[in-house]
Design a protein around this ligand. Structure first.
Ligand code: AMP
Ligand code: GLY
Length: 418
């Protein structure tokens, strides 16, 4: 079978790398891909927004399965388009992906089906949003409802800051139409945890836990980023008893709720959780593989990913099980200096061949024989070892072998899991 992966980040590199190992796969293509992905897949120069070109490519190449990486492609209805052309595709439809692309829709779904989440109000009027926020205790969380590249969540320390956030999001439209509606939410205290589960509309298959590091700097300081590193398993933050609560209170209720609502969700569900003193609460639903969580999860997956993706599409998840390496995996992101703010590209990357770890590429391209930087997050240096401490040591040893001008990375990835 020929596979097409859509996207260009570290997540897509990990997907291509894993899918290529399947004995059932004869070729892997990636659109548009990146410098490192070109080492394991054939990159196709179409943007994920070019639906006509992607459909034409999938048909002419005889692609047997297309796997969608990013949220914006799902929100734009790429899955519906492929399905309407009778092309096999992994990912939720546009209407099911609203669970990620509309936080208002997701909150209403969670309240309707008893899924634990922060108390909140949802508004399309700035005046009503302000009146609601005025009655809340601080800090107050103000969220643009739509997709905003992970930047649409503001934690307001005071009521004045909450008012300003509502003005920027709803009236000044800082995040464009993503700010037509807002969620005003109570602030939850606890540790965050990333959960992934394949969901086929009838049942689900839970992946091991992982923890992301969203802030740019050590000690969870600095600005929010796409994710600066991750590790799995994260069983200190999600021990077995809490994982069981996630199964029952989040995933079972999700599957039953989607059925009751007539929502055909088939794909990867990635709830971002806050583990509070009252138990796990859902911060958001993502409807795709996490980035960088995918780098550690697929490094630990022992079995054929194609089988799992097909079982999801064909609603056979109850008949399959996954096996995971018992080792721990750590992924340290090396980013361009300045990220998540402005940064320069075109810096030559050296030492990749010396790194004793799996290096997934995010923002890289080939320049002659060398790789150069071409994005904010550049590399995901991923190591597997018997213990989390050893996996951290291995990942950081490898990071020290790799250089590019201005490289920045956190030195505390996985430290909280020790
Ligand atoms: P979201 O996109 O909704 O997951 O929010 C992005 C980030 O904002 C999360 O990963 C948390 O770090 C933080 N966050 C979101 N909602 C809350 C909340 N209710 N309480 C505390 N932190 C939150
Ligand atoms: N690592 C967080 C995300 O993929 O959204």
């Amino acid at each position: 079978m020929k596979i097409l992966v859509l996207g260009s980040g570290g997540r897509e590199h990990a997907l291509c790398w894993k899918l290529k190992q399947s004995p059932r796969v004869t070729a892997v293509f990636c659109a548009p891909g990146n410098g490192g992905i070109a080492e394991v897949a054939t990159c196709v120069p179409h943007k994920i927004s070019e639906h006509d070109a992607l459909v034409a490519f999938a048909k002419s190449e005889g692609i047997g399965l297309t796997v969608v990486g990013p949220d914006d492609a799902l929100a734009a209805g790429i899955v519906d388009r492929f399905q309407s052309e009778s092309l096999r595709v992994f990912g939720p439809t546009q209407s099911a992906a609203r669970l990620e692309s509309s936080k208002v829709f997701a909150k209403e779904f969670m309240f309707r089906h008893g899924i634990p989440t922060a108390a909140s109000g949802q508004f399309s009027s700035a005046q009503e949003a302000r009146a609601f926020a005025a009655k809340m205790n601080t800090p107050i969380v103000v969220k643009a409802s739509g997709l905003a590249l992970g930047k649409g969540v503001i934690i307001a320390a005071t009521h004045a800051e909450a008012d300003a956030a509502i003005r920027e999001i709803m009236e000044e439209r800082k995040f464009g139409d993503a700010g037509a509606e807002v969620v005003i939410e109570e602030f939850l205290e606890g540790e965050e945890c990333s959960i992934h589960a394949l969901v086929d509309g009838r049942s689900f298959l839970l992946f091991p836990s992982a923890q992301d590091h969203k802030r740019a700097l050590d000690g969870d300081q600095g600005l929010n980023t796409g994710g600066m590193g991750t590790f799995s398993p994260a069983d200190k933050v999600l021990p077995p008893a809490l994982e069981q609560r996630v199964r029952v209170e989040v995933l079972e209720r999700f599957v039953a709720g989607a059925r009751a609502d007539g929502l055909d969700f088939r794909g990867m569900l990635f709830p971002g959780l806050m583990i509070t003193k009252d138990g796990p609460k859902v911060l958001e639903f993502n409807c795709r593989f996490g980035d960088p969580e995918t780098q550690v999860l697929l490094t630990r997956l022992e079995i054929d990913l194609v089988d799992l993706l097909e079982a999801t599409i064909d609603q056979r998840l109850d008949a399959v099980s996954a096996r995971w390496k018992p080792e721990a995996a750590v992924c340290v992101i090396m980013a361009s200096g300045g990220y998540p703010g402005a940064y320069a590209g075109g810096k030559t990357i050296t030492g990749l061949e010396k790194a004793d770890a799996r290096v997934f590429h995010a923002g890289t391209k080939k320049d002659g024989d060398a790789f150069v930087t071409a994005g904010g997050r550049v590399l995901g240096v991923t190591a597997l070892a018997p213990t989390l401490a050893q996996a951290r040591d291995r990942a950081y040893l490898a990071v020290k072998q790799i250089t590019f001008d201005g490289a920045q990375y956190r030195t505390d990835i996985g430290a909280k899991g020790l």
